[in-house]
Design a protein around this ligand. Structure first.
Ligand SMILES: *[C@@H]1O[C@H](CO)[C@@H](O)[C@H](O)[C@H]1NC(C)=O
Ligand SMILES: *[C@@H]1O[C@H](CO)[C@@H](O)[C@H](O)[C@H]1NC(C)=O
Ligand SMILES: *[C@@H]1O[C@H](CO)[C@@H](O)[C@H](O)[C@H]1NC(C)=O
Ligand SMILES: *[C@@H]1O[C@H](CO)[C@@H](O)[C@H](O)[C@H]1NC(C)=O
Ligand SMILES: [Zn+2]
Length: 484
C-alpha cells in the first residue's frame, strides 16, 4: 500500500501506524484549544439537585462544579452575560441593566428594541470573542447577548442574529458545525480551522421561572427538560468526535438564579411619589429613578423612609461591595427591593410575575449554576465558591489569550484546572497567538519527513534499491486523518 512494495507491505504499514500514533497527539497538542461557553438563562445553582439531572451530573463527574458563583450586581440578564465575557463589573463594562438611560447620549437602551444593537452601548468593554479574534482565534456567537452587535469594530467570526424562535437544537447544531470548521457548500471539515471560542445562549429556565415561580412544582419538568437539552449537546459533540477530543472544553453556566415572589409582597411607588416627579428607568427589583430637573431632593426624601421592604440609595451611597456606582448610566437614585418583594407604580398594572431576579448578588437564590469539563478541567472536583468575574481570566488562560484589564483573578480559580501550575502555553510568547493550524501542520509534516527519511535510510541499508515516491505518498493520508 501507498507505494510500498507488496512483500514489504506489513512493515511499511507498521511504520505509518507508528507515524500516526506519534503525530496525532502532537498535532492536537500544538492545536489551539477550544472552549464552548453555554448559558441557560436563570438556571439557579441548586436546580441540579432538585430533580434527576443525569447530564449535569455526568459533567460534574467528568469535570468540576462550583457550588456558589457570586455573580455581579445587578443580577440581570444583560449585565451578567456581559460580565461573563469581559470579567468586569457592570459599572465598568457599562451594561448596567436590561433597561438603561444614558444622560450623555440622551438615549435609552432596551433589550426589546433595536437600541440593543447599537455599538455605543457596548463600547465600554471588549468581549472575549473579539479579543480572541484579535489574537488570531476564531469566535462564534449564538444568541449570546451582544454577540450579534458590532463591538470594537468587530462581530464574532461566525454569529447568528438574535431569534428567540430558533430552537435549542438548531442553535447547538449551528455551533457544533462551526467548531468543526464546516465551510458550507464545500463539504470540507477541519477541526483546526473551526471556531475555537463559542458562546451559546438559551432563554430557559428563566422564562418559566418568571411565569411559574421557582417554588412551583411545574418547574421540575422545566429543569428536567434543560437537562435533556444538555444531553442533546453532549450527543452532538460526541457524534462529531469532539467530546473526547483532548482540546475541547465545555463550560455550562448561567447569568443568575431566581426567587419566588408573592402577591402580598408588592411596593407601590404611587403611594409615596407623584409620577410627574421622575422617570423610572430599570424596573423591579432594582429600580433606577431619574428625578425631573431640580427634584432630586424631593424624590429622595419622599422615598427614603417610605417602606421597610426596600432600600433607597443615592448613587454615591451605593455600597462599595456592589461595584455599582461609577457609571452615568446608573441613575441618581436606586431602589432595591428586599428578596421576594416587587416594586411597581400601581399593583393593578403589574407586572404579575411569580419569580424574579436582580436582587443583591450575595443572596444564594441569585446564584447561577456552573459546571465545566474537558482537558483543561479537574475531574470530579467540587469548588465551594467563586465570583463570576473570575471566569474571564480562566477562559483566557484556557484559550491562551492575553486578558484585557479585568476585575477577576485567575489565582482564585486556578484549582479548577487540571494543570494548576501555569502550563507552557500560558507564556505570552508571540508565536502562541498566531493561528496554530500552521504550527500543527508544521509539526505533522516535520515528523512525517523525519520518519520518511528514517524509512528511506533503513530501506537503503536493507534493500539498496528504493521506490522514489516517499514524499508524495506520505501527505494525503495524514492530512485526511487529521480532518477529523
Ligand atoms: C433628549 O431627547 C429627547 C427625545 O428623545 C428630547 O425631547 C430632549 O430634548 C433631549 N434632551 C436634550 C437635553 O437634548
Ligand atoms: C427565526 O427562526 C425561525 C425558526 O427557525 C424561522 O422560522 C424564522 O424565519 C427566523 N426569523 C428570522 C427573522 O430569521
Ligand atoms: C391604583 O389604581 C387603581 C385603579 O385605577 C386605583 O383605584 C388605586 O387608587 C391606585 N393605587 C394607588 C396607590 O395609586
Ligand atoms: C475593574 O477593572 C477595571 C479595569 O482594570 C478597573 O478600571 C476598575 O477600577 C476595576 N474595578 C474594581 C472594583 O476594582
Ligand atoms: Zn429573567
Amino acid at each position: 500500500m501507498l507505494g510500498c512494495s507488496s512483500q514489504r507491505g506489513g512493515s511499511c504499514y507498521l511504520g505509518w501506524l507508528l507515524t500516526l500514533t506519534l503525530t496525532l497527539p502532537l498535532a492536537t497538542r500544538g492545536a489551539r484549544p477550544k472552549l464552548l461557553l453555554l448559558s441557560f438563562d436563570g438556571f439557579r445553582w441548586d436546580y441540579v439537585d432538585r430533580v434527576p439531572t443525569p447530564n449535569f451530573h455526568a459533567l460534574m463527574e467528568e469535570g468540576s462544579i462550583v457550588e456558589q458563583v457570586e455573580n455581579t450586581y445587578i443580577t440581570k440578564t444583560f449585565p451578567d452575560h456581559y460580565t461573563l465575557v469581559t470579567g468586569l463589573h457592570a459599572e465598568t463594562h457599562g451594561i448596567v441593566g436590561n433597561e438603561m438611560y444614558d444622560p450623555d447620549l440622551n438615549a435609552s437602551f432596551s433589550m426589546e428594541t433595536h437600541s440593543a444593537y447599537e455599538p455605543r452601548w457596548w463600547a465600554g468593554a471588549e468581549p472575549l470573542w473579539v479579543t480572541n479574534q484579535k489574537q488570531g482565534g476564531r469566535s462564534g456567537g449564538v444568541m449570546w447577548p451582544g454577540s450579534d452587535v458590532e463591538i470594537g469594530g468587530a462581530y464574532p467570526s461566525r454569529y447568528l442574529p438574535y431569534n428567540a424562535s430558533l430552537s435549542f437544537e438548531r442553535r447547538v447544531e449551528t455551533m457544533v458545525a462551526w467548531l468543526m470548521g464546516e465551510r458550507p457548500g464545500e463539504g470540507v471539515r477541519s477541526v483546526q480551522g473551526g471556531v475555537d471560542f463559542g458562546v451559546l445562549y438559551w432563554e430557559e429556565p428563566d422564562e418559566s421561572g418568571h411565569n411559574l415561580g421557582p417554588e412551583n412544582p411545574l418547574m421540575d419538568a422545566v429543569i428536567a427538560d434543560i437537562d435533556d437539552k444538555l444531553g442533546f449537546l453532549r450527543n452532538e459533540l460526541r457524534k462529531m468526535g469532539l467530546y473526547l477530543l483532548p482540546i475541547v472544553n465545555l463550560i455550562v453556566t448561567s447569568d443568575h438564579g431566581m426567587t419566588q415572589l408573592s402577591k402580598d409582597k408588592v411596593i407601590e411607588l404611587d403611594q409615596y411619589l407623584d409620577r410627574d416627579l421622575y422617570t423610572w428607568v430599570d424596573k423591579s427589583p432594582v429600580v433606577g429613578i431619574l428625578p425631573r430637573d431640580g427634584k432630586l431632593e424631593e424624590v429622595y426624601s419622599a422615598l427614603v423612609e417610605a417602606n421597610p421592604n426596600m432600600v433607597v440609595y443615592r448613587r454615591e451611597q451605593i455600597p462599595e461591595r456592589l461595584h455599582y456606582r461609577h457609571n452615568n448610566r446608573i441613575m441618581p437614585i436606586i431602589i432595591e427591593a428586599k428578596e421576594g418583594w416587587t416594586i411597581t407604580q400601581n399593583r393593578t398594572t403589574g407586572p404579575h410575575m411569580l419569580g424574579n431576579h436582580g436582587y443583591d448578588n450575595t443572596l444564594p437564590s441569585m446564584h447561577p449554576v456552573l459546571v465545566a469539563r474537558g482537558p483543561a478541567f479537574r475531574q470530579d472536583y467540587v469548588k465551594s465558591s467563586m465570583r463570576s468575574v473570575d471566569l474571564y481570566p480562566l477562559m483566557c488562560h484556557i484559550l491562551s489569550v492575553r486578558p484585557r484589564p479585568n476585575n477577576g483573578s485567575l489565582a482564585r480559580v486556578m484549582d479548577l484546572l487540571s494543570e494548576p501550575s501555569p502550563p507552557t502555553h500560558s507564556t505570552p510568547l508571540e508565536g502562541r497567538y498566531q493561528p496554530s493550524f500552521a504550527t500543527a501542520l508544521g509539526v505533522v509534516l516535520g515528523v512525517v519527513m523525519v520518519t520518511v527519511f528514517l524509512v528511506v535510510i533503513v530501506k537503503q541499508m536493507t534493500l539498496r534499491q528504493l521506490p522514489s515516491r516517499q514524499s508524495e505518498m506520505a501527505q494525503p493520508l495524514l492530512l485526511e486523518e487529521l480532518q477529523l
